[in-house]
Design a protein around this ligand. Structure first.
Ligand SMILES: Nc1ncnc2c1ncn2[C@@H]1O[C@H](COP(=O)(O)OP(=O)(O)OP(=O)(O)O)[C@@H](O)[C@H]1O
Length: 242
């Protein structure tokens, strides 16, 4: 087995007497890319908050990128994790230039890019080209479409060269053409040598392309199925899931 990116053992989370996550065992090895599928309220965001160390599990152990929570500096670890969530969109200033949004990912800040080097600008350009949005250079965020905005935020997530990139429902609010284009870019990213391990969160099964070698299905805070995508996404399993 390859090096582990994520190791969750016996993880549960209880809030206000309610069991939100139960008995989560989940391992991700380097070289795999995972889709995380579950209905609204199934616990996806809670699980991501645990992986990023924003909430502490009630039971169980968490290791991310080989570092055990409780024994590691989480702020340091988070530099190796990119998390692109839809809540980010609202926090970007409308007048911000496209490339500056990408650049700001270097330190995971919003609107700070004082000490960027020529190399950083080159990297931002390279990332934007890779995500098929190089033509947005110099454009104001306000003038970008939803799909373009989403690409810029993914670019921002890549700027810090993360080892793990979490894409949290990145196709929210996109029409089917923009969605397919975004999925194609994500597919390219997944195939890239030396690129980050991807976790792609969705509640749309049709978004689980062959870019994702593995899939985890979450239902009511428990793992309903996990493993190789082709083995998990069977008609039988899906019928039982919904
Ligand atoms: N701090 C909290 N206190 C109490 N209940 C919470 C808390 N955070 C989340 N929950 C509950 O935990 C359940 C799982 O929520 P979570 O946001 O993880 O689901 P999700 O799968 O990400 O849903 P969505 O697809 O809608 O984003 C929900 O029932 C939610 O109300």
């Amino acid at each position: 087995m390859g090096e582990k990116v994520i190791e969750l053992k016996d993880v549960s989370w209880v809030r206000e007497g309610k069991q939100i996550l139960s008995d989560i065992h989940w391992e991700i090895s380097r070289g795999e890319h995972w889709a995380l599928l579950g209905l609204n309220g199934s616990g996806k965001t809670t699980l991501l908050n645990i992986i990023n160390g924003y909430i502490w599990p009630t039971t169980g152990t968490v290791r991310v990128l080989g570092r055990q929570f409780g024994k590691t500096d989480l702020r340091e670890l988070r530099k190796s994790i990119g998390w692109v969530s839809s809540s980010l969109q609202e926090r970007i200033r409308e007048q911000e230039l496209a490339e500056k949004i990408v650049l700001s990912g270097k330190y995971s800040t919003i609107g700070v890019y004082d000490d960027m080097t020529d190399k950083d600008y080159d990297r931002a350009r390279e990332i934007m080209e890779e995500l098929d949005c190089g033509y947005l250079w110099g454009r104001k965020y306000a003038t970008c479409s939803q799909g373009e905005k989403q690409r810029l935020l993914i670019g921002r997530g890549l700027m810090g060269s993360p080892e793990l990139l979490i894409l949290d429902e990145p196709t929210n609010g996109l029409d089917f053409i923009a969605r397919d284009k975004l999925l194609a870019s994500v597919g390219k990213l997944a195939k890239k040598d030396g690129g980050p391990t991807l976790i792609y969160v969705t509640h749309h099964i049709e978004e689980i392309t062959d870019a994702f070698s593995h899939t985890l299905l979450l239902k009511d805070g428990s793992i309903f199925a996990k493993g190789k995508t082709a083995e998990v996404l069977t008609e039988e399993t899906l019928q039982a899931l919904w």
